[in-house]
Design a binder for this molecule. Structure first.
Ligand code: DUC
Ligand code: ZN
Ligand code: ZN
Ligand code: ZN
Length: 487
């Protein structure tokens, strides 16, 4: 094909506006968006009448090719991203895990893992250790490597976790670099205690996973991270918000004016923990992720929080292991590799559970699946929008067709799917990535075609922070003056 595409007659949806228009794509970029565009015959025409034309999804939270808990995720950048494209997601932001705590080595290793990428991607970086070298390396990552967010684990004691003393140092460093601090918020010390208790009680199966780390431990760590971020006045992004407890802390912080972003993941929105009690180990183990799935009720509360803006965007935490890998924990739930799928299912499930149900508008759908992520990580409007000059990453969604999820037909390499059998209305019929049709019921992906997207520091969340700091300082000075005894 010529590489020129006209998407004709659809309802073009952006985060704040929708209208019936044509979209003309040339050289990987959106060249024009307006009604009745006339083109020459070498242009591929896609009829989108009666359908929605929307920015491709951006998944802010994935783990592809991740070495974790004694094994490695079964989806690499090729299979994970191919699955994403088949489900209407055109970019993912993955988490670089440092090599022996070393950030630069971690970055090189992930750039290498991503060589067979089939869509654009960016990176967050986990910080799992703290010293002068790490602090210096953070600056290199931000200034040279295109990373503007760092993730800190408050759980996974003994491996990834860092304590409050280090977290505080890291938060300060993020602030000076204009990088967004992200936290996995669970109290790792208490989780370890909860796990010991379950094992002592003889509860070694997957249900022990849920019982050992209840929502209060997520609420506590979320509150603590929020307070520490407030103490140094830097914005905070809480990944995989799974509970009412954590959501309430985020809502409270927002009411006090603090810049806190909450990211629920699809599994938390549509599943509950009842699966973990399934007597069949293979079935139960596939639902083990951290933080764990919660009791029914948390799922609907997370949906409500998203629809009202308390939570702002949806990720997946796509981190897949096949059933053989999950048996690493057959005698001890602590050894079940944590993680489940979602990169292919996110766009369909969010549409079904929030738009079809009438909880949010189609414009809000675009905001929470794409635009908000692009804004937070400072790549809007190149990504997250259908505007002249934006990258040609977009989807055609037919609201009258239906989707059906099954491991038999999905594109992940995993032999199971936690959403097995789910169906709903709203189907991604076409995905365009980098100006090419990569999905139209069949995948047409090219290994190595995905580009690394550098994300610049000091995104919109940092606006006003310096002013707030100097206002704070002058308050401090004047209150000192008042309290000084007269001489
Ligand atoms: N939780 C998971 O379930 N998998 C990857 C890491 C994490 O925090
Ligand atoms: Zn330096
Ligand atoms: Zn996590
Ligand atoms: Zn994760």
């Amino acid at each position: 094909t010529s590489g020129k595409i006209l998407v004709k007659g659809g309802t073009v949806v952006n985060a704040l506006h929708k209208e019936v228009a044509d979209v003309y794509i040339q050289d990987g970029v959106i060249a024009s968006v307006r009604p009745n565009i006339i083109v020459s015959d070498d242009v591929t025409i896609l009829d989108a009448t009666g359908k929605y034309v929307m920015p491709g999804g951006i998944d802010p939270h994935t783990h592809l090719s991740m070495e974790f808990m004694g094994t490695e995720t079964i989806d690499d950048f090729f299979t994970g991203q191919a699955a994403a494209l088949a489900g209407g997601t055109t970019m993912n932001i993955d988490f670089v895990i440092p090599v022996n705590g070393n950030l630069s080595a971690g970055f090189e290793s992930y750039m290498n893992k991503a060589k067979n990428s089939v869509m654009d991607y960016g990176f967050h970086m986990a910080v799992t250790r703290w010293d002068e070298t790490v602090s210096e390396d953070m600056e290199v990552m931000v200034k040279e490597k295109g990373i503007n967010s760092f993730k800190f684990f408050m759980a996974y004691k003994g491996s990834l976790m860092i304590n409050d003393e280090l977290l505080l140092q890291a938060l300060k460093r993020c602030k000076t670099l204009g990088a967004l601090a992200m936290v996995h918020a669970e109290n790792g010390d208490a989780v370890a205690e909860g796990q010991r208790k379950m094992i002592a009680l003889g509860i070694t199966g997957p249900e022990g996973h849920a019982l050992s780390r209840p929502p209060m431990l997520e609420g506590e760590a979320t509150a603590r991270a929020i307070r520490l971020a407030s103490f140094v006045n830097t914005p905070l992004y809480v990944v995989h918000v799974m509970s009412i407890d954590a959501t309430e802390e985020i809502a409270k912080a927002k009411m006090s004016g603090q810049k806190v972003i909450g990211e629920p993941v699809v599994s938390g929105l549509v599943l509950d923990d009842s699966w973990l009690w399934d007597p069949d180990f293979t079935t139960a183990a596939k639902y083990v992720m951290s933080p764990p799935l919660r009791k029914s009720g948390h799922d609907r509360a997370l949906q409500a929080a998203l629809s009202t803006g308390i939570l702002q965007l949806v990720g997946t935490d796509h981190c897949t292991f096949n059933s053989t890998q999950k048996t690493l924990g057959i005698d001890d739930f602590r050894k079940i590799p944590n993680g489940l799928n979602g990169i292919e299912e996110r766009m369909h499930l969010v549409w079904d559970v929030l738009v079809e149900s009438g909880q949010i508008s189609v414009t809000d759908y675009v905001r929470i699946t794409s635009t908000e992520c692009a804004r937070i990580f400072n790549i809007y409007p190149r990504k997250g929008a259908i505007l002249e000059g934006s990258d040609a990453d977009l989807i055609i969604l037919n609201p009258n067709a239906s989707f059906k999820i099954s491991a038999a037909s999905h594109h992940s390499r995993s032999d199971t799917n936690v959403y097995e059998g789910m169906t709903g209305k709203g189907k991604v019929e076409v995905t365009i990535s980098g100006g090419r049709i990569v999905w139209d019921g069949e995948l047409k992906v090219i290994p190595g075609s995905g580009k690394y997207i550098k994300m610049p520091p000091f995104g919109y969340l940092f606006d006003g922070i310096e002013k707030a700091d100097s206002a704070d300082l002058s308050t401090l000075r004047s209150s000192n003056t008042r309290s000084r005894p007269a001489t």
